[in-house]
Design a protein around this ligand. Structure first.
Ligand code: TYD
Length: 216
């Protein structure tokens, strides 16, 4: 029997409207074309239970959610996703691409909401069992550009949720938080300019990923 290929865990992070969802699909397509088996997922969500948590935590009507509840729900959704989907996929040798992961909790609940980062790291470690991505791509975009894409004229009304309705200052703290996280772990993070058009951004992401996975 052939050896199981090595699994890889790749995450995409960034502010609202940075184009992650499109780029997850593009990257998955390129990896599949190169012969890799790919699993794509997103956070919060990606399992039946995590999607139910997502509905609670992102519902615009749930204005009374306490910041601690918000952090715990994000971590609860992640615990289910890691154990039900991500770890099994990696064990099968697949490339798992996740649209947001733990770094979104540090950026949004930590830098954005001002919750204690050390506590969030402890909670997150409990949720993930210490599973850290092999590669994290930061789709770097000024917060105001992302919000304009997400909420401005021409955006889909359904695209807005409880988080992206928060004010610009919050999203600027999130953007700065992502930069701090990327700077603190340069071996894991690669920063790509998300002001690029879809094709150029896809090419940049593919270049980084192909090099990382040694795909020629
Ligand atoms: P989503 O519609 O998936 O937005 P996006 O396309 O920008 O990823 O909504 C996810 C929202 O949840 C987004 O505003 C970021 C937020 N979020 C957190 O606040 N903490 C987290 O840990 C995660 C995973 C997401």
């Amino acid at each position: 029997m052939a050896d199981t290929p090595q699994g890889y865990f790749i995450t995409l992070e960034g502010v609202e409207g940075s184009g992650k969802t499109t780029q997850v699909e593009r990257l998955a397509g390129s990896l599949q074309a190169s012969g890799r088996t790919v699993a794509t997922t997103r956070e919060p969500g990606g399992t039946r239970i995590s999607d139910r948590i997502r509905a609670v935590v992102l519902d615009r009507e749930n204005v009374e959610i306490h910041p601690h509840t918000e952090a715990l729900l994000m971590c609860a959704a992640r615990a289910q996703l890691v154990n039900e989907v991500i770890r099994p996929s990696l064990a099968r040798g697949e490339v798992v691409i996740c649209d947001r992961y733990s770094d979104s909790t540090f950026a949004y609940q930590g830098y954005g909401r001002g919750q204690d980062l050390a506590t969030l790291r402890t909670l997150n470690h409990f949720a993930t069992g210490g599973l850290v991505p092999d590669l994290t791509l930061l789709l770097d975009l000024p917060a105001e550009m992302g919000l304009e894409r997400r909420l401005g004229p021409g955006s889909a009304a359904t695209a807005s949720n409880r988080m992206d309705r928060l004010d610009l200052a919050f999203h600027q703290r999130v953007a700065a938080g992502f930069h701090s996280l990327a700077q603190a772990e340069p071996d894991r993070w690669r920063v790509v300019d998300a002001t690029l058009g879809i094709e150029d951004l896809a090419a940049a992401i593919w270049g980084i990923t192909a090099q990382f996975l040694n795909i020629s």
